[in-house]
Ligand binder design. Structure first.
Ligand SMILES: Cc1cc2nc3c(=O)[nH]c(=O)nc-3n(C[C@H](O)[C@H](O)[C@H](O)COP(=O)(O)OP(=O)(O)OC[C@H]3O[C@@H](n4cnc5c(N)ncnc54)[C@H](O)[C@@H]3O)c2cc1C
Length: 567
């Protein structure tokens, strides 16, 4: 099948849907493609907490205060121009979503804003109770309806970006239901594929978050930035099985209600690691970084909970207080057999978000002309660590900007791609062969284990060397020709294509982490435990004939240069 459009958007999470709306509003025809259902795959629909924006509804605020907090959280590595765009545009997007009836929680007639860690004041809007992401997704899905210039196509996995004369001109995809290849000729392409947390065995994300967009961009010739910075969430849900709730939901309740962390011997251990935290108010003893460290060290010492984490207990909190704080969530927990008045739950650090990604300019264009990126797929705005609530904001703000820029690029582009641009990917898909000897699904499991154990929240030269060697072994194991089970819904082919992307992206993370011989933000080296001012630069990853090339870039643009850049 051959399709044509002005703007192709790859991924229909918050960023992709916003990009589609803005590109269409700018007069472009749009194809919005997703390997899942439109607006129901990826992280946006799963995120249940908060969205940051200096709307000043709770108390006076200004986007420059938001920017100051974002830059501080980024440990000196933010692309300040992108951070400024993020903070300056945030109120517009949040108020637009309000006008679209997203349902931000209100108090005394104004939008309510919570005070989340790292912000200097209450700045985070949300939809009660734990419905933020689902409400954002639903609102954007509604906006997409009846927009005749936007064609929505689910179950379509983009396999490679088409390039002609060095310019992005569409993509080759596979329709998951039929296994048929599809080519999409486009004048501009926006990568809005979200993050990479599926690379890790323990993660807060979903099946379709294996870093496809980073791999697509790399193979297309674009640069990635800050790939070593993967954010881990300290107390992700581990056990018992929890259905229909955000796996990172426990943190606000931990500090609001004074949830207690216990090791496998049912002993409190936070105090042991709290020495330098400067916070010991009896409720929230450890900061997120220290909580991650403390839980991992307890597990390493053989004092983990049965599933390999720590217990989080609310047993000391009166039932009425629990019910007041958790609201209807208590009943959802009960459906999963969780009764907080009687039993602790098990928690552990889980991969949650990726600060790195496609390197873009202020128009959200990558180093490949007409190839744009938006949302979590973009690197640089959050530097070495991300402030809570900035990720959904980033999806909405960057989505809108990238959609407009892509529409402008499409207007300025004559003609469409020739068949030649699709030939390499079509040839790859045609080469698929039946195989009984290699199981790509098992190799994905191996990759996730390698990344969790050796490129996790705490890294050393030894673990990273071992990880890179094992990832090289996986590269050899998957070979150059796709594997197939011969069925129309070809799960073996899908696993092979996923693994191809995951290995490329995992190597980018491991090689960048190996090179950075210091600890900064989310990148913690046990063999180089301090922040080193000599490392105040970003690392750039390029793809050179199947090899990852690493270089340095000292150029973080000044906020003033790009704040207020033409929208
Ligand atoms: C459980 C959880 C809770 C979170 N809580 C918060 C929070 O409270 N506040 C906050 O600010 N942030 C939060 N985050 C982070 C935030 O949700 C994400 O960073 C943000 O939603 C990313 O939006 P996105 O549109 O860039 O990507 P996503 O929403 O992840 O969408 C990407 C889309 O791309 C599609 N896709 C991927 N590869 C392909 C391909 N090859 N072809 C076609 N389609 C493809 C996927 O199917 C998916 O639909 C949370 C994340 C998770 C996982």
């Amino acid at each position: 099948m051959r399709l044509e459009t002005d703007v192709l958007i790859v991924g229909a999470g918050g960023a992709g849907m916003y990009a589609a709306l803005e590109a269409a509003a700018s007069g472009a025809s749009v194809i919005l493609a997703d390997r899942s259902l439109i607006g129901r795959g990826g992280a946006t629909v799963m995120a249940m907490m908060t969205v940051s924006a200096a709307i000043g509804a709770q108390c006076p605020d200004h986007w420059e205060h938001h920017l100051a907090d974002t830059l501080a959280a980024g440990y000196g590595l933010c692309d300040e121009g992108l951070s400024a765009i993020l903070c300056e545009d945030a109120p517009k997007r949040i108020l637009e979503m309000d006008a679209w009836k997203v349902g931000w929680a209100r108090e005394d007639g104004h939008i309510k804003q919570a005070h989340a860690p790292g912000h200097d004041r209450p700045r985070c809007v949300y939809v009660d109770f734990l419905r933020t992401g689902p409400a954002v997704s639903k609102t954007l899905r509604h906006q997409l309806q009846n927009k005749s210039s936007i064609r929505r196509i689910g179950d379509l996995m983009i396999v490679d970006i088409a390039i002609e004369d060095g310019v992005a001109c569409g993509a080759t995809a596979i329709h998951l239901g039929t296994g048929e290849p599809v080519t999409i000729a486009a004048k501009a392409v926006v990568v809005a594929t979200g993050g990479l947390t599926r690379l890790y065995r323990r993660n807060s994300g979903s099946f379709n978050m294996g870093g496809d967009g980073y791999a697509l961009a790399l193979r297309a010739g674009a640069e990635l930035v800050d790939m070593e910075f993967v954010q881990f969430f300290p107390i992700g849900h581990l056990a018992p099985r929890l259905v229909g709730l955000d796996p990172i939901m426990w943190d606000p309740f931990r500090y609001k209600l004074g949830g207690i962390l216990l090791n496998g011997e049912m002993q409190e251990f936070e105090q042991r690691y709290a020495v330098d935290s400067g916070r010991n108010d009896g409720k929230y003893v450890l900061t997120r970084d220290l909580a991650t460290y403390a839980i991992m060290k307890e597990v390493e010492a053989g004092r983990g909970s049965p599933s390999g984490g720590a217990y989080l207990s609310f047993k000391h909190v009166p039932e009425a207080e629990l019910r007041r704080a958790f609201g209807p969530v208590i009943d959802t927990l009960a459906k999963s057999g969780i009764d907080l008045t009687h039993n602790p739950i098990e928690v552990a650090p889980i991969a949650h978000y990726h600060m790195g990604g496609v390197k873009v300019n202020a128009a959200f264009e990558s180093t490949v002309p007409n190839l744009f990126a938006s949302g979590e797929a973009v690197g640089g705005a959050n530097g070495a660590n991300r402030l809570s609530g900035n990720a959904i904001t980033e999806a909405l703000v960057f989505g809108a900007r990238a959609g407009r820029s892509a529409a402008a690029a499409a207007r300025a582009t004559n003609g469409r791609s020739t068949a030649q641009a699709f030939a390499p990917a079509l040839d790859l898909l045609r080469r698929r062969k039946l195989s009984a000897s290699v199981n790509p699904a098992a190799l994905i499991g191996e990759l996730q284990q390698i990344m969790m154990e050796k490129v996790g929240p705490f890294r050393t030269e030894t673990t990273l060397d071992a990880a890179i060697a094992e990832l090289d072994r996986l590269t050899r194991a998957i070979g150059n020709d796709p594997l197939s089970d011969g069925a129309p819904f070809d799960s073996v082919l899908l696993d092979w294509l996923d693994l191809r992307n995951m290995v490329a992206v995992a190597k980018s993370v491991a090689i960048a982490a190996h090179a950075r011989r210091e600890s900064r933000g989310s990148h913690q080296r046990e063999d180089f435990p301090s922040l080193d001012p000599a490392w105040q630069f970003n690392q750039i990853v390029r793809w050179d004939d199947g090899k990852i090339e690493l270089s340095r870039s000292a150029a973080t643009k000044k906020a003033q240069e790009l704040a207020g850049a033409p929208a």
